[in-house]
Design a protein around this ligand. Sequence first.
Ligand code: SF4
Length: 443
Amino acid sequence: MKTYIVETWGCQMNHHDSERLAGLLESEGLQEATTAMDADLVLLNTCSVREKPVRKILGRIQTLSRMRSPRPAIGVCGCVAQQEGEALLESAEAVDFVLGPGQVPRIGEALRCLRQGKRGVFIGFENPEDYNYAQIFRKDSTRGMVTIIEGCDEYCTFCIVPYTRGHEFSRPSSEILSEVRVLVSSGLREVELLGQTINAYRCPETGGGLAHLLRKILEISDLDRLRFITSHPRHFGEDLIEVLSDEPRLSRYLHLPFQSGSNRILKRMNRKYTREEYRDLIRRIRDRVPDINLSTDVIVGFPGESEEDFLQTLSLLEDIRFGQVFAFAYSPRPGTPAAKYRPKLPEDVALDRLHRLFTLTDGISRQLNEALVGSRMRVLIDGTSRKSESDWQGRGEDNRVINFPATGREKVGDIVEVEILQASAHSLVGRRPGSSPTLPIRT
Ligand code: SF4
C-alpha cells in the first residue's frame, strides 16, 4: 500500500482532521495520490450534522467499490464513523475500517490491521495527550488551521457533535503558540483558530480565555491575519469584544450562529440565550467594531416551528443584516433529543421557509456588498479564480471573497490593495488601483 487520498465533507474541523490524517499517513510512508482512481487507500472523512451528506457518503462507497478491480481499500472516518461504528462494517462490505474523529492518532494502527487483512473499528473520544500537531500535512500555502478546543458541552438538542466528538477540552496555550510560530515561520500569512465553541476556550495551564490567547498569538509580529471560528453567543464576553476592537490584525469577520429568532424554539433547541440577548450582543459588538462582517447559521422547520416562530427568525435577520447566512432545513440526527420532538414539519413547508429566508438574506448580502463598491480592501491572494485563470481570488480583512484581474505583479500569498468595482450577493469584483479599467471583469 503506497498511496492514499482523503475526501472530506463538513466543517473546518473535519478539513483540519483530514490534514492530520494525511500527516500521519505520510509518516507511515504513504504518498498522496492525484485521484481516488490512483489511490491504494481512500479515506472518507465524513460529516453527520445533516442527513444529506450521510446519504452521499453511502453512495460514494458504492461508486468507489465499483470503480476498478481490485477496488481501493476504504476507510470511513469522521462523525459518521463515530456514530455508526461496527454497523457500518456490516452494512457496507467495501468498508475496511471505521475511525471516529477522536481516533485520528490511531490511523497507523488501522493501517496495520488492514495489512493483516482485518477489518477494524476505532471509535471513542480523543485523549488530549495523543494530539500531535507536528504531523499535520498542510497544502494551503497562505493560511493554516489550528485547533484550540475539541468537543462540545453545549448539547443543543438538534446536534450530533457532543456525541461524536465528546466533551470539550482545550489545548495548552504554550502548545498552540508553538504551533502558530512554526506556521508563521514557514511563510503562512493567516492563521484560523478552530473549535466547535471556540470562545469556551480556557487554557488548562494558565486558565486564560480566548481573548488572552488571541493577544498572545498577535505578539507574533510576522503573523498578518488571525481569525477564529465558531463562537457561541452565550460565551461571548466583553474581553473578546475589546480584543476585536483594538487588534487590527484580527479579522473583521465573526461567525455567530443564532439558529432561530423565536425564544420558544431557542428554548427547545437548548441554546441558552434569547433573541433579545443575541440582539444586544450584536449591538455591543457593532458599537465597538462598526465594520465587522457577521455571518450566522439558521435552522428552519425545527419540530414545532410555527409560522409565527419563523417570522421571528425573518425579523431578526432583517434587523441584524448579516453578510452571509448559512441556513438549512432541519433534519433529525438519530440519538439527539430533537429527533423525538413532535410535531415534525412537512418537508414542503420547511423548504418553502428556506426559500423565503434566502430571498431575504441574499438581498441583504447584495446590498451590504454593493455598499462597498468604490472602497479599497487589502486582499490575501489564495489562488486563481474558479471562473477565470487570468483572475486572482482572495479574501479581504473581513473574509469577503474578492476576484480581480491579475496584473503580472502578484503571486499567491501576497496581500494587495484592491479597489472594489462590482458586487453580487456572495462575492466582490475589483481591480488593482491604477490598473487598466478595460480589463475584463466577471461576477
Ligand atoms: S454548540 Fe450546539 S450546535 Fe454547536 S457543536 Fe455544540 S451542540 Fe452542536
